[in-house]
Design a protein around this ligand. Structure first.
Ligand SMILES: [Zn+2]
Ligand SMILES: [Zn+2]
Length: 431
């Protein structure tokens, strides 16, 4: 998250840019070429930008009720800062110093969090900026084409102030149009998936750590803490049959399978005999280790082998249409400045798909954000045994694989802290 030395600059800069672009272009260019109706339409776009921006700044992102108590069967999450329980999807913002329902991120450009209640305003703001700048861009292009057509005319026939304005506003307008469109599409994709930016971040973390001991130790701990018993066999998590044939292979067959592949690969290099004999040897070792694991369910076995991130479900994904309505409210109100989201931000029902497939009653994130787990990096032997494909190997070797939730960062380098979320070492989401 970008932080300003003087936070007010976060609002002053956009105000200056919007005002300068909208009214400068109108005064120096558009009023000479557009009809009155077209000018009124252009000013309406500008007004919608101002209104939605002001609403995004002044509308509260939504704070959970002070006396919120988790519903029966709901994961108990406690905010040590607010000294109260927080609903699912709520995070404590370190900048606003309050709990924010369905927190998306803390926005330095509005000096406010984007959360359940003001996300529609934020999206409307982006939308109207795109509409306004796209409209202006078409006008600027027409002027540029006009100059090109008139290039054989004498210079004094061209209004100089307008020419300067076109040169100044075209790059500014194009830059705003492109950057805001990218941001808008990114937000729409998140909304379509039913997730806030923070939840997308959380999903990426789980994906990246999926084959790590840290994650599975935390999941087991989360489960034990809430149900007082060990996590059941993970094949019962979903009813889905393995899709890939390879997935269906029992461990001992899989090792054989893999070793055959190694043997074949090396045979091409002309060392077939040696590799095959080595192959048999490691096969026997792996088999022995596998059996040992079977006897005592030790740490070695903690990462499930025929289980992928696709088996995991996000509890609040109601399908694209349902998600759009959840975050932005009724479609008839999407463009209306006072349009509200569907729910109240704390009375959250998991999707019916999720309820059918109860995901063992684990919270989101399934490791409960447990931070206090110590982990040693996987040994060469463990890597050899557990790895079935390249993507798994890549994940296990990723230095972030066993990072704590507070220090994990996504591919663009963002930590939870960068969204404004308060995470301390005693952890954000623990029981
Ligand atoms: Zn809080
Ligand atoms: Zn905030």
């Amino acid at each position: 998250m970008h932080e300003f030395r003087w936070p007010l600059l976060g609002v002053i800069i956009p105000v200056l840019i919007i005002g300068f672009t909208a009214y400068g272009s109108h005064y120096f260019i558009l009023r000479h070429h557009l009809s009155t109706t077209q000018q009124v339409i252009y000013e309406c776009f500008a007004s919608m930008i101002w209104i939605s921006y002001i609403m995004a700044i002044y509308t509260s992102p939504g704070h959970p009720p002070k006396d919120y108590t988790p519903k029966k069967g709901e994961w108990k999450r406690y905010c040590t800062k607010c000294q109260s329980y927080k609903p699912p999807r709520t995070h404590h913002c370190s900048k606003c110093n309050r709990c924010i329902m369905e927190m998306d991120h803390h926005c330095p450009w509005t000096l406010n969090c984007v959360g359940a209640n003001n996300l529609p305003h934020f999206m409307r703001f982006l939308f109207w900026v795109i509409v306004g700048t796209a409209y202006l861009f078409v006008q600027l292009c027409e002027r540029i084409v006009g100059y090109y057509d008139d290039s054989d005319k004498p210079m004094y026939l061209i209004k100089r102030s307008e020419l300067v304005a076109v040169v100044v506003f075209t790059p500014i307008d194009l830059f705003i149009l492109l950057s805001i469109t990218v941001l808008f599409i990114r937000c729409l994709i998140n909304i379509g998936k039913g997730m806030t930016q923070i939840e997308i971040w959380e999903w990426d973390r789980i994906d990246s750590q999926f084959y790590s001991k840290r994650l599975w130790k935390s999941i087991r701990l989360s489960y034990k803490q809430s149900y007082g018993k060990e996590l059941p066999q993970l094949t019962t998590w979903t009813n889905r049959a393995p899709v890939n044939d390879d997935d269906a292979l029992p461990m001992e067959e899989m090792n054989q399978h893999e070793i055959n592949e190694i043997g074949e690969g090396e045979a091409l290099d002309g060392v077939a005999t040696e590799s095959q004999s080595r192959g048999v040897e490691s096969d026997a070792t792996a088999q022995q280790e596998f059996n040992n694991d079977d006897d005592d369910e030790d740490e070695e076995d903690i990462v499930p082998q025929n289980f992928t991130i696709d088996d995991l479900m996000f509890p609040y994904d109601y399908g694209v249409w349902g998600n759009l309505k959840h975050f932005l409210g009724s479609p008839f109100m999407w463009l209306v400045p006072w349009g509200k989201p569907k729910g109240n931000g704390y009375d959250l029902e998991p999707s019916s798909d999720y309820k059918e497939d109860d995901q063992l009653g684990l919270p989101w994130p399934p490791d409960g954000g447990n931070q206090n787990i110590t982990i040693s990096p996987p040994s060469d032997d463990e890597l050899k045994r557990g790895i079935r494909n390249y993507s798994q190997l890549k994940k296990q070797l990723d230095p972030r694989s066993n990072a704590k939730r507070s220090s994990w960062h996504n591919d663009t380098g963002e930590r939870l802290l960068d969204y404004g979320v308060y995470v301390d070492d005693s952890d954000d989401d623990k029981l």
